[in-house]
Design a protein around this ligand. Structure first.
Ligand code: FAD
Ligand code: NAP
Length: 392
């Protein structure tokens, strides 16, 4: 069965009808029904002349992200485009191999300071779309003593063509979950007291089962993966759409997948015509993820890409409280608000559950000025398929 290669399925340049058709055929997908462009010139970041739409327009726009029922095994149709869907089940996972595993962060005072970037070799047998997640089954035992452990989901951090652009790998960005008594919250223990290599004196240590398995993978090690799955965080099909991304910690993963497609990969770079603005929230400077990649993209696409960090333990707000992504975003609200109102703008949020209410906080004052209730505004945005939230 041929599966859609999403690298070809999205961001097809306007007017390139032949390319669209050929790509669709090459990928054996049904092209989506025409998704008319907004016809307005794409805004440059920082310009308040960004095209904007009224809330009425947002509310009246039909629901864009309507996932249809699964028709073929291993495929789901979303907005007329087939995307790979649960090709590998927990009962029959794909036996992949770790290609590389690199720690992205530097040690901080937090026990769970480590996040790694893992590239998994799939030999081209695991197609996926940007914004989807992969399941990982670790050998276990899990917290209930079961082996193998129940699968855990991880947002895919590579674009569909993979980090080496050969369609043969999938990358994950994984935080090593550790809990140590006396160093923050630790209710459970799965390490024999006195035997933990890092915390031998701790009364209790809990090491996340799947995250430890992934963070410990060495090149050549087997890694069982399921999926791909998830349709909430897909990129818009319109190359002129604007994208605002809010991430906390490893919630950066789907955005790395987006941004590599837009600003890095040879096959797709240069096709995107909108604006992409990334906000990343982490506790310390040493916890920032993929900084060099963002810097390079910014260098190459200064008018289209912008990124800002909220470093909670190092930067305080005027009221003395921690700086979170929503507060950083609020600092730029004069530029952001017209962009957010633009009916061609999508907002994506990924990471900690707690950040979901932050968006309301960020746009609250702007909504109030216009007599709009922030909650209703976001509801309308969600209904029109422009507000994408995946938090855990
Ligand atoms: P577990 O071993 O499952 O432990 C998790 C928690 O359970 C710990 O806090 C532990 O104290 C507690 N616990 C232990 N024993 C018990 C018990 N007996 N009873 C109750 N609780 C207990 N994470 C990332 O790092 N990167 C990603 O890109 C990412 N993407 C995600 C995408 C989605 C859609 C979702 C839903 C989650 C994502 N996650 C991601 C989180 C990831 O799926 C895992 O939840 C995380 O790695 C922890 O899994 P673990 O097996 O290591 O931890
Ligand atoms: P982290 O490195 O701890 O960073 C999280 C940052 O967000 C910290 O700076 C933290 O500040 C801040 N923060 C805390 N509460 C916040 C709030 N209410 N609003 C905004 N920011 C807030 O992150 P992490 O440990 O990697 O955690 C990422 C989480 O995302 C994990 O729970 C992971 O499971 C989940 N995740 C989900 C998905 C998904 O659903 N697709 C994908 C990837 C990751 P403080 O220093 O004050 O705590």
């Amino acid at each position: 069965m041929a599966i859609a290669q999403p690298a070809f399925a999205q961001f097809i340049a306007p007017g390139a009808a032949e390319h669209r058709q050929a790509s669709a055929l090459a990928a054996n997908i049904r092209p989506s029904t025409s998704q008319g462009f907004c016809g307005k010139s794409s805004p440059a970041i920082g310009l308040t002349s960004m095209c904007c739409g009224a809330i009425a327009a947002i509310a009246s726009k039909p629901t864009a992200r309507h996932a249809a029922a699964v028709k073929k095994k291993g495929v789901k149709v979303v907005e007329g485009i087939e995307i790979p869907w649960n090709i590998f089940s927990p009962k029959a996972p794909y036996k992949a191999k770790c290609r590389s595993n690199v720690t992205l962060t530097t040690k901080t005072s937090l026990v769970n300071w480590q996040s790694t970037h893992v590239v998994i070799d799939t030999e081209g047998k695991y197609p996926y779309a940007e914004g989807q997640s992969a399941g990982v089954i670790s050998p276990g035992p899990d917290k209930n003593g079961k082996s193998p452990a129940k699968l855990r989901l991880y947002s895919i951090a590579s674009s569909a063509c993979g980090d080496d652009e050969t369609n043969k790998t999938v990358s994950l960005c994984v935080k090593r979950v550790i809990e140590v008594a006396g160093k923050g919250w630790c209710d459970y223990s799965n390490v024999e007291p006195g035997t933990d290599p890092e915390y031998p004196d701790a009364e209790k240590v809990y090491r996340g089962v799947c995250s430890s398995h992934i963070c410990d993978l060495k090149p050549g090690d087997e890694c069982l993966i399921t999926g791909p799955t998830g349709a909430e965080m897909l990129l818009p099909t319109d190359p002129k759409a604007n994208i605002i991304m809010l991430a906390t910690g490893t919630g950066i993963a789907p955005f790395r997948s987006f941004l590599r497609k837009l600003f890095h990969d040879k096959a797709t770079k240069g096709q995107f015509q909108g604006v992409a603005w990334l906000f990343l929230g982490v506790p310390f400077s040493g916890s920032i993820l993929y900084d060099d990649e963002w810097a390079e993209m910014k260098k190459q696409f200064p008018a289209q890409f912008r990124y800002d960090y909220a470093i909670s333990d190092e930067t305080k707000r005027p009221n003395g409280q921690s700086m979170y992504v929503q507060h950083r975003m609020q600092e730029y609200i004069d530029d952001m608000w017209p962009l957010i109102q633009d009916e061609n703008t999508h907002i994506y949020m990924c990471g900690l559950k707690g950040m979901a209410s932050g968006m309301e906080e960020a746009i609250g004052p702007s909504c109030e000025k216009e007599g709009i209730v922030a909650k209703d505004f976001l509801k309308a945005m969600k209904k029109s398929g422009r507000y994408h939230v995946e938090v855990y």
